[in-house]
Write a protein that binds this ligand. Sequence first.
Ligand code: SF4
Length: 764
Amino acid sequence: MSATDDDPTDDLTVTPPKTWATGLPAVTHALGYALGQTTVRRTALTLLTVNQAGGTDCPGCAWPDPGPADRHRNEYCENGAKHIADEATSRRVTRDFFRRHSVAGLGAKSDLWLNQQGRLTEPMVKRPGAGHYEPIGWDEAIGLLATELNALDSPDQALFYTSGRLNNEAAFLLQLLARAYGTNNLPDCSNLCHESSGSALNETLGIGKGSVTLDDIHHSDLVLVVGQNPGTNHPRMLSALEETKRNGGRVIAVNPLPEAGLMRFKHPQKARGILGRGTAIADRFLQIRPGGDLALFQALNRLLLEAEDAAPGTVLDRAFVEEHTTGFDDFAAHARTIGWDDVLAATGLRREEIEDVHREVLASRSVIVCWAMGLTQHKHGVPTIREVVNFLLLRGNIGRPGAGVCPVRGHSNVQGDRTMGIWERMPQPFLDALGREFGFTPPTAHGLDSVDGIRAMLDGRATVFLGVAGNFVRASPDSDATERAMRRCRLTAHISTKLNRSHTVCGDTALILPTLGRSDRDVQAAGEQFVTVENSMSEVHLSRGRLAPASGHLLSEVAIIARLARRTLGDTPRIPWEEFEADYGTVRDRIARVVPGFEDFNTRVAVPGGFRLPNPAGARVFRTPSGRAVFTRNAFTMLRAPAGHLLLQTLRSHDQWNTVPYAMDDRYRGIHHARRVVLVNPADLEALHLADRAEVDLVGVWHDGVERRARNFRVVAYPTPPGSAAAYYPETNVLVPLDSVADISNTPTSKGIVVRLEPASAGG
Ligand code: SF4
């Protein structure tokens, strides 16, 4: 699509879903998209440095790179190439663009259209009562935001939201600004995706991160990929799984949809991937009902316990359980009560399928479980991940080669931002260290996460919203409620590279603060700067942009945050904001003194490939209150939809990066030129008396009496598990009630929404 005033309309065509991922089509699609955005020269300049040691870290996802010696010349995937091209685009959004388009007019445009307009070029303001954004100087813009912050009755009336694109240095400064200002209100996108992983892993293993390395994946006997679609969301994970297979390991995929990337992979950088049939990834595929994973792991755990009963001393790792864990007896007593009828109903699987997996587990010395939002975004997401941990602990599959937990993060530095203190509930030792380093007392009361932040804006407890990167309005659940919340604010401000829906849903005053992208060269007073990020496997490395910035008026995120801090808090010798802006190395020196594991940060990150943070669980050191890994008892839970209803999961298309669609297609699933589609099992269509391609509204069912309706979707017959459906987000976020959240983690339940399909209504 070109950057014109035309918004694409749905023009659905359907082809059979693909049975393999990547290969030559991925290369041609990526290059085609790149060349539609910018010149050959800029494309080459960016792509040749992506994920190279000392180059630009791909902002596409948090999958780790191989060691520097093992990297290809082209160390990126289709999505990474598209994402980098999308940022390096030659298209520009200027002050003239905002003169031509009112805020209301922009609000009527699609997410795809907004993104395709190009890079933001100068700060803009929408003043109270105005219908358009107008230019504003940096000084005035930052002063306006600082004045609003200082006018609040309490610092807790402000929200400082971040998405996982933010680099470590900017993230550290943002949380420092928020806490020095007086609040822990640091909601982030992790609240919306992997919070359940952090909650479960912190409780059971003493660290909210994965325990494995890329080498563990390569050399594992068995990798279970659960509730995850790596072919679209973390494509280079397929290269790692291919390596697992080549080393003799096996892969079991557990997912509601039979995704192409789980079936077969054609490596685009290898001749065998271009010319041959590629590598079969999943040795087994279990098509599970949405939310059935808890029951599956409970059944596997019961089978392991029974196998140990039958042949004592041969199945469980008794020495590990006794030396390193607690809670086994209580867990085991409960696990033995899990009934097969319940398990089969919850999972939709056959008993033999589960027993086959059990036999594979028994035959495997080392097992890894990888997962993503298919596990985390359920009401019982935390218990599900706790049960995964139980499963691994039983056979000592934590803290030895080829074994462990692997929550696969979506955004490139979402894990690093948390390490840097972007969390509304940072532990007291971190707050103490921060206070000691900078000479102030950070607030100790927990702040607001994303869902509670929306509630606070809705009822007027929060009135200033600063979003750093991301697209909060579209990433959040209950779109209508979220938009109402934002519109109630006195001021909304977004530090962004490109236009998105959040800029069109304004408080009384709204600011757009344009910033450098990760591929842009960043020059400050002390010279050219680099930033750092942490991937899904706790490796920290640097990222340096190479391109001339999209406009001479852009500031880096570090610079914007440092200047906002000076204007809000005033200059103090204890926090040298000006020095931080001039030289990011000085920020890293402070991180080294506050955040454990970052000692000698500047020196170690300069080494090609960077360094790995300590991972105590990976060394069988469990920082739980008991000092042991914790077995847990988790109540059996099953998602149900009343007769005539379906369980809906939201998902991304293949041509989409987080909330941003790059095109109207979903190549792997065979959906073309349309996004308002709902995938439904043919048997359900028949039972619901719906024809394939029928036009329907999706109507959410929730007990608060509010009608949540996603209008004008086309039904597509698709092999979803019976009783369930799937549709793209963010279009279907409107159906996720704000109050429908995971227990403990407060993560929206975007993978288990009860809906009914009604004939399409005229509205919307
Ligand atoms: S796997 Fe993720 S980080 Fe790697 S190139 Fe693809 S999108 Fe980028």
